[in-house]
Ligand binder design. Sequence first.
Ligand SMILES: Cc1cc2nc3c(=O)[nH]c(=O)nc-3n(C[C@H](O)[C@H](O)[C@H](O)COP(=O)(O)O)c2cc1C
Ligand code: SF4
Length: 480
Amino acid sequence: MSYPKIAGLKTASAFRSHTDALGIALPLDDTVETGPDAPLARPLEAGGRRIGNRFCILPMEGWDGETDGRPTDLTRRRWRRFGESGAKLIWGGEAVAVRHDGRANPNQLMLNADTLSEIASLREDLVAAHAERFGDTDDLLVGLQLTHSGRFSRPNEKKRWEPRVAYRHPLLDPRVGVVDDGPVLSDDQLDRLVDDFVVAAKLSADAGYAFVDVKQCHGYLGHELLSGFDRPGRYGGSFENRTRFFRDIAAGIRAEAPGLEIGVRLSVFDFSPYRPGEEGVGAAEQSVEYRYAFGGDGTGVGFDLEEPSRYLTLLQEHGVRMVCTTVGSPYYNPHIQRPASFPPSDGYLPPEDPLVGVARQIDATRRLKRDHPGLLLVGSGYTYLQEWLPNVAQHVVREGWVDSIGLGRMVLSYPELPADVLAGRKLVRKLICRTFSECTSAPRNGMISGCFPLDQFYRDRPERELLARALGKGAADPAQ
Ligand SMILES: Cc1cc2nc3c(=O)[nH]c(=O)nc-3n(C[C@H](O)[C@H](O)[C@H](O)COP(=O)(O)O)c2cc1C
Ligand code: SF4
């Protein structure tokens, strides 16, 4: 199955005809405005802090830290480029584990007393890079994403799962080698983990971060607990119990680091796990009566935002002013999470035009924003829009569907896209991410992440050839 290439949709009306044919709402503006009053240039405010424009850099890890959790030069380069992007909101930089057993890979950053100064210097490097390029940093807001990887923990060996799960899951357990209740975290163990999050949040404040993101997305522990409908005890079953983990962390942060803002990156809906079906095209493992999706409609392939919306109300009651919306998980349903033309090596061919996935995320965020106008919402999943990203972004911001446009893969290949858009410069076509997924496939094959096809720095690295070999093909041709 193949879908029309975005680069082939040469005009806004060609783009519109295509989305009309797909039957999806993905409106866009014909032209992108510039100047201080342009929709994407207007400032925002959160907790008394000014955010200078409507672009946000989403967290993206590089599987490139030291084994003791400190950043390397590769990590520093990525963060500096985030600073040079021109975006005024940095949502967490990348996932940082609050303790060793919760690391998604042996090279994930980890925050503790030993790594504090280096995690602090990452922020300083980013702010310095931003200052060099743009001068003003008073309107730049930088947070740190805190996580425990739960089911998807691999703290010691790149290829060995060491899962810590919220509950037994009939479809996901076999994928990560859960065969008995051993990996299920007890209530007491979760109590201790709450304390670890609070300690890490306090360290984040000491390191100068304006906010922490208590990560609850992508199938990691904070997200999985929200769907622990069958879990017994204090952390499972009722809405109150499933949200206890966050509530206790928030209360601890308020007590220990009162000036620190709390943000939440939330998978606002989830689907069933997918796997390659006929001719490698993704198929839902369960498409009726799937009961493990937070924000799911019970089918495994649809969403119902009633409970996620209730959760946003709860977050607001606990002082959260900013939420970054995302969906699903890159491990078991990547096509809804990061729509792409080319699947990651452990994925499957797209079962729908990737624009459908983009529109689904935009639509869910629009509905949540409508019901929570006072919450600052950052959206995700825009990269697949490629040339049309600025036009769609301007439209959805202008219409108030979302407050800030989160950028993921696009800034790995083209970090200065926000600055170029805001200045009215023509986009640099050869840098536009074409969703080759190599930044995901490389770590799936035990390597560092990076934009191997389009970023000259990674094109020149030996991993590019190794990756091409692992994928059984020549290195991706950016002209494709
Ligand atoms: C290489 C890579 C690393 C990522 N790391 C993180 C991460 O550390 N934390 C997180 O919340 N999301 C992570 N993501 C997901 C992105 O933040 C984003 O949600 C996703 O790429 C979809 O946005 P996009 O379409 O702009 O790429 C990662 C994505 C990629 C491609
Ligand atoms: S490797 Fe580069 S082009 Fe491919 S998806 Fe990642 S950022 Fe985009």
